[in-house]
Ligand binder design. Structure first.
Ligand code: ZDP
Length: 283
């Protein structure tokens, strides 16, 4: 049997998109997703995204399987790809696509808007800061984890934790080029302080409106970009009084614009999504 798919990427964070609009369960098992994400024996991707029928009055539902088969709550780069994919599917079906979609996710309602210049702005909702919402066992006086010590292989890192629906642990460094990402990334991801594992971001504050970020993703490893991670990083940097509420976050794959609205506490992320190719996979 064959499966029609499209491959998209957002700043090099790449996904296999599956048209799952006519069925409420994903067309693939986690094991099939692992096989298709394999970069040598599959299509190659950081994850698989299913465009499902809408739940709770949303237009559509998004579910994601990471390259290791685990299911995250949200995917910032992925939802920009999904907005472009939905626009293409609707156009193909003769429907005039709206410029904005209400998408139900395990992190709540997320709203991507297609901009005239081809970029996508996503209302990512509100960040969650309470330790039990990350979740993490790291000691927190006021319930939050802002600049708290975490010991990783004998070294103390001062970390700030933010949930964008999925868990993030942010560490500030003087120079991201000096971070031994493949050595410490897995140790952060699987640290006992994070019962659901964690996405680990390393941030260099270049200016109050410009951050550089390296990311080790839960279930996917060292990716070129992480949208939820860039949002979490901006929030963490603001909480540490080291940047403005609007900043550019430069990832290995390119820049994202992030804004944390003081008016409604929502985060807005703007960046690209690009169709690479479509095809039929052998299952
Ligand atoms: O939380 C996790 O397990 C992440 N690996 C999910 C994917 C996040 C993503 N890179 C993003 O851009 O937010 C897609």
């Amino acid at each position: 049997m064959g499966l029609h798919f499209s491959k998209y990427h957002g700043l090099g964070n790449d996904f296999i998109l599956v048209d799952n609009r006519h069925q409420s369960l994903p067309l693939l098992t986690p094991a099939q997703a692992i096989a298709l994400c394999d970069r040598n024996m599959g299509i190659g991707a950081d994850g698989v995204i299913f465009a499902l029928p809408g739940a709770q009055r949303a237009d559509y539902t998004m579910r994601i399987f990471n390259a290791d088969g685990s299911e995250p709550e949200m995917c910032g780069n992925g939802i920009r790809c999904m907005a472009k994919y939905l626009e293409a599917l609707e156009t193909e079906a003769g429907i005039a696509p709206p410029n904005s979609y209400k998408i139900h996710t395990l992190a709540g309602l997320i709203v991507p808007t297609l901009q005239p210049d081809g970029q996508i702005t996503v209302d990512m909702g509100e960040p969650r800061l309470l330790a039990q919402d990350i979740p993490t066992t790291l000691a927190a006086s006021d319930g939050k984890v802002v600049s708290r010590p975490l010991t990783v292989s004998g070294m103390t890192y001062w970390v700030t934790c933010v949930s964008m629906g999925n868990p993030h642990c942010i560490t500030f460094v003087d120079d991201i080029a000096a971070v031994p990402l493949t050595g410490i990334g897995p140790l952060f991801e699987q640290h006992e302080a994070f019962p659901q594992r964690v996405n680990a971001e390393f941030i260099q504050v270049v200016r109050s409106d410009y951050l550089k970020m390296l990311v080790w993703e839960r279930g996917a490893g060292p990716t070129l970009a992480c949208g939820t991670g860039a949002c979490a990083a901006l929030v963490a940097t603001v909480l540490n009084n080291r940047c403005d509420r609007t900043a550019t976050v430069e990832l290995p794959g390119g820049p994202l614009q992030i804004e944390w609205s003081a008016a409604d506490n929502h985060i807005h992320m703007t960046g690209p999504a690009v169709l690479v190719f479509s095809g039929k996979a052998v299952l």
